[in-house]
Design a protein around this ligand. Structure first.
Ligand code: BEZ
Ligand code: FE
Length: 307
């Protein structure tokens, strides 16, 4: 092989091929490789630094924490901002704002009709009921909308990811009633923190950043002919509300809590003492394609099945 300059090497890496390959993958890879060549050169990255970084990437991959890094470096919120911008350009307005899904969704949660209790046994925090209605942007109730809901446990960990949790703990799929109404009981969750002593915490320590998320609850709402909505609500008063390491807080998604609500009417959720309640209506946009109305593709991504 001939001697090469940096530029000649880059041109070669970006042009060599024995088959057409995938044009989109080629274009994106070429851009990323070009940007990294430039970063290495301009920041004078040493061989030690380079191999330390590749070791970190290998450990990150093995840890399954890549989704924490994408959120912490702003990519998840970036995708939401870009989707909001595309909607604005297309004149698609109204509806509950989207908010990042995060890497901790699990498909297949136990199903319930109309209402559900997410937690089991003695409450692990303040007893909390969230209730409301699913409507479309024309104000019509969305009968039988599917609401996947999930949140962290009292230690800030998620079932299926945090040691010692039960399968589907604090995860349910609630089918709204004929008027689109839903309600669930759980406890007010604490915030989330990235796992200590992990590839993720190593990076955030090196960046001088914390890895805290404010208390929140996730939702994936789906109904025929309506655009699947991925969002989350925040619990007010959290110290990290405006300092989320994943940059995901949105004004319209911070709940208003009513404390000391009388238990009458909540016996079916096992409530017999004053509790904390929040009302939140989900408003869904019309879908512009069958894909938009179906969470199947994104569920397949989570389960590893083919869509
Ligand atoms: C979460 O939703 O809890 C989460 C989101 C992004 C990264 C880590 C956690
Ligand atoms: Fe979360």
């Amino acid at each position: 092989m001939a001697e090469l300059t940096q530029q000649q090497l880059l041109d070669l890496v970006n042009s060599v091929q024995i088959a057409p390959g995938n044009a989109r993958v080629r274009a994106i890879t070429q851009r990323i490789v070009s940007d990294l060549f430039k970063t290495i050169d301009e920041l004078d990255v040493s061989a030690d630094e380079f191999w330390t970084a590749t070791d970190w990437l290998s450990r990150l991959g093995a840890s399954g924490q890549l989704g924490l890094i994408t959120a912490g470096l702003g990519f998840d919120r970036l995708l939401d901002i870009r989707a909001d911008e595309a909607d604005q350009r297309a004149g698609r307005t109204g509806g509950t704002p989207r908010a990042i899904e995060g890497p901790l969704y699990v498909a297949g949660a136990p199903a319930a009709k109309g209402e559900a209790r997410l937690d089991e046994g003695a409450p692990k925090g303040e007893v909390f009921v969230m209730e409301g209605q699913v409507r479309d942007t024309a104000g019509r109730p969305v009968a039988h909308a599917q609401i996947d809901v999930w949140h962290a446990n009292e230690h800030g960990g998620y079932s299926h990811f945090f040691p010692g949790t039960q399968p589907y703990e604090l995860r349910r799929r609630i089918e709204a009633d004929a008027q689109g109404r839903y309600r669930f009981r759980s406890f007010l969750p604490p915030g989330y923190a990235i796992p200590p002593n992990s590839p993720t915490s190593e990076l955030f320590a090196a960046l001088g950043r914390h890895g805290q998320r404010p208390a929140h609850v996730h939702f994936l709402v789906a109904a025929p002919a309506l655009r699947t909505l991925t969002t989350q609500i925040n619990i007010p008063g959290d110290a990290y509300l405006d300092d989320d390491f994943a940059f995901a807080t949105r004004d319209d998604l911070v709940l208003t809590l009513e404390r000391g609500v009388a238990p009458a009417g909540y016996a079916s959720l096992g409530i017999d003492a004053p509790f904390v309640r929040a009302h939140f209506d989900f408003v869904m946009q019309p879908a512009s394609s069958a894909d938009e109305a179906s969470p199947a593709a994104r569920i397949a991504r989570v389960t590893g099945a083919t869509a």
